[in-house]
Design a protein around this ligand. Structure first.
Ligand code: SER
Length: 317
């Protein structure tokens, strides 16, 4: 039987991915963990443990006790928050991954998933349809840690045979969990404001194009990558992954079609500088070719889905 350990399950991706893992593999197969005890309230449907990935002994103990066979290591500090305390962000993002990789080697974990990001790219990267192997010169600690992490994953696969798989996620947009500390997160906040009848002040300029993805696509891509035969995985750093690309003014226009009263103002801050170094769109042909990836949601479809479902979600809170 699979025994799947999710580290950082209480985060934006973890909240939805853990549910999908339980739906796919059964609640007895999944252990949700987070460093915050308060995350327990989310996981009424599977086993939960409080776990700090920096405590390697505690992770090792859980792996042994629960006879873990797969690890999804999601805990990280994102781009904008990382800049506020770079050394701390490096410790969490890098040391956390090294603990997981080392324990995966030691305990012969069958498969590991670890998310990378478009933040590995930088100002010298071609902006449009960014290729898999484009130049990478990240300017944020988050991006530096993701780029180094990609190479550590490749190293553990090549040197020790650890079956670690990774995706370079674009900005992830969902309505079920609130993100924290990312440069793309305006595109989540804007829906919350719109459905609550508020206007929105955006921290990016109106014409800043960034690659984005609806959470359902991100969860689907993760499950698909992890279910693929190992022989189909030709990239052991991390796969480029594309969903959609849009600017703040384009998402605002989509929202205005549903809420004509809605309006957006622009007050760019330090996050503009980060966004300016990232791609506008991504070439994900390797993921398509290797394991059949194809995104289902574009901006209009995502907007309709969120605007239809978010009010009900908020009323249950
Ligand atoms: N969503 C992330 C961020 O903005 C990018 O991977 O930091």
């Amino acid at each position: 039987m699979n025994k799947i350990l999710v580290i950082g399950a209480g985060g934006q991706l973890g909240t939805e991915l853990t549910k999908a893992l339980v739906d796919t593999y059964g609640s007895d197969s999944v252990i949700a963990t987070d460093f915050q005890e308060s995350a327990k309230s989310i996981f009424t449907y599977c086993h939960f443990a409080c776990l700090n990935v920096l405590d390697k002994e505690a992770v090792a103990h859980l792996i042994q006790e629960e006879q873990v066979t797969q690890i999804y290591h999601l805990a990280a500090i994102l781009s904008a928050n990382g800049e506020k305390n770079p050394i701390h962000a490096w410790d969490i993002n890098m040391q956390g991954l090294l603990h997981v990789l080392e324990l995966a080697r030691e305990y012969k974990i069958e498969k590991v998933f670890w998310p990378s990001s478009i933040a590995v790219f930088g100002p010298n990267t071609p902006k449009s349809n960014t290729p898999q192997d484009a130049v990478k010169n990240p300017t944020t600690v988050y991006g530096i840690s993701k780029l180094a992490g990609e190479h550590w994953c490749d190293y553990y696969f090549n040197t020790y045979g650890v079956d670690v798989r990774s995706l370079r996620f674009p900005g992830l947009i969902g309505y079920k969990s609130f993100p924290g500390g990312g440069t793309t997160d305006y595109a989540v906040d804007i829906y919350y404001k719109a459905v609550q009848g508020e206007n929105f002040t955006c921290f990016l300029q109106e014409d800043t194009y960034l690659p984005m993805m609806y959470m359902e696509d991100a969860v689907h891509a993760t499950l698909q990558l992890m279910a693929a035969p190992a022989s189909d995985i030709s990239i052991r750093t991390s796969y480029n992954l594309a969903g959609m690309s849009f600017s703040p003014s384009e998402i605002a226009a989509q929202i205005t079609a549903h809420y004509p009263e809605f309006s957006i103002q622009y007050a760019p801050d330090f996050r503009q500088k980060i966004a300016d170094t990232w791609p506008a769109s991504i070439d994900d042909s390797s993921a398509r070719k290797d394991w059949g990836w194809k995104a289902a949601f574009d901006l209009p479809a995502m907007t309709t889905e969120i605007i239809t479902k978010l009010p009900n979600h908020l009323s249950k809170k």
